[in-house]
Design a protein around this ligand. Structure first.
Ligand code: DNO
Length: 349
């Protein structure tokens, strides 16, 4: 198991020095943020991240994310150029020593939350999701003030994009992702890079947009589109776990045994009503997910991929990027490493 930590580059209030001081930290999960979606990342920018990490005794060998241009998800003719660029990014990243690339195939929106600073009883703040609050907004009317949402879309461009998706149902999205994977996975095989698709968050369709990376059945279908060790998953417990019917340890045992989980995102959530949850501290007792059983399942499939503590709360007065502060994620990393050590030692006896 390779412990890692997400870093948003030089603008991140969390520094590489901070990250290097977390016990057991190995890799940095990062990306080139200065290049528009769909374009090629300059080699110098990739190497700059690598060098900065190495100066801090850390390794840059996993990327989150190389975003997929909407034209690829929509299956437009212009996808050819964006897929070619995507392949070039894979080649460039491989040259710099990157082994795993995380990405998602969610139309228009990445993860959705209804609040980024819900105040918990102990004074910490969390990201939360309440479906009714999200659905009360109408993105096509520009009535969208979702936190974390890409504000680079203007009202008009968002409306236009949503219109384009009117012709895209789940099956069309499946076809478009298959087309994409068939082009990029052979390049990954040549360069020895694994793709790790991130599940949809939350794992169900929203605003009438299709979402397909949602359930065990769909994950299996996704992997079967191109059966290759390079076509894998980012198994995100908080995203998939938002649907209580998703049995996370079972998914880990199934897909982990097939060697199809190059990357784990581990966090806990507490269910609040139907289609609602609060993000909590990582510890099992703090939420609805059994983090011990998740780590145990990883141990049982001899997991040797990358793992990172996902979203933390804001604690101890920290301010910064919601979900991505230093303190609670560092506690999460240490907790996960602690569980891992205990499970390993117990089983070596
Ligand atoms: C949220 C993240 C996601 C993830 C992308 C992967 O905190 O887990 O934004 O990075 O979906 O492409």
């Amino acid at each position: 198991m390779k412990m890692s930590f997400r870093w948003y580059g030089n603008d991140d209030p969390v520094t590489l020095t901070n990250i290097s001081q977390i016990p057991g930290m190995r890799s940095v999960v990062s990306a080139v943020y200065s290049v528009p979606v769909g374009e090629v990342w300059p080699m110098e920018a990739i190497l700059e991240i690598k060098d900065s990490c190495e100066k801090h005794g850390l390794i840059f060998d996993i990327v989150e994310s190389v975003p997929v241009h909407e034209d690829i998800k929509l299956g437009k003719p212009s996808r050819e150029r964006y897929i070619e660029n995507y392949c070039q990014n894979i080649r460039n990243l491989a040259k710099a020593g990157v082994k795993v690339i995380c990405y998602n195939f969610m139309p228009v929106f990445d993860w959705l939350r209804s609040s980024l600073n819900f105040e918990n009883e102990d004074g910490s703040t969390s990201l939360i999701y309440r479906e009714e609050d999200v659905l009360a907004m109408d993105p096509s009317k520009g009535d969208l003030s979702l936190p974390g949402w890409d504000s680079s879309y203007t009202k008009e461009s968002l409306g236009k994009l949503l219109d384009e998706y009117k012709g895209i149902d789940e099956e069309a999205l499946w076809r478009n992702v298959e087309y994409f994977l068939k082009k990029i996975i052979p390049v990954c095989e040549e360069c020895d890079v694994k793709m790790a698709v991130h599940p949809d968050d939350p794992p169900w369709g929203i605003f009438g947009l299709p979402r397909i990376v949602t359930t065990e059945e769909n994950l299996a279908r996704y992997l079967a589109l191109v059966d290759s060790p390079c076509n894998g998953l980012t198994l995100c417990t908080g995203s998939l776990g938002a649907n209580p019917e998703n049995d996370l340890p079972r998914m880990i045992r199934r897909f982990g045994a097939e060697g199809k989980i190059p990357f784990m995102h581990v966090r806990n959530i507490k269910y609040v009503g139907e289609r609602g949850f609060n993000e909590t501290a990582h510890k099992t007792e703090c939420g609805s997910l059994n983090i011990y059983e998740i780590m145990r399942a990883l141990y049982d499939v001899k997991f040797d991929g990358y793992i990172r503590p996902d979203h933390g709360r804001m604690i101890w007065g920290e301010t910064g990027r919601p979900g991505y502060g230093l303190y609670d994620r560092a506690l999460g990393a240490v907790y996960l490493n602690g569980l891992w050590e205990a499970i390993n030692k117990e089983n070596e006896r």
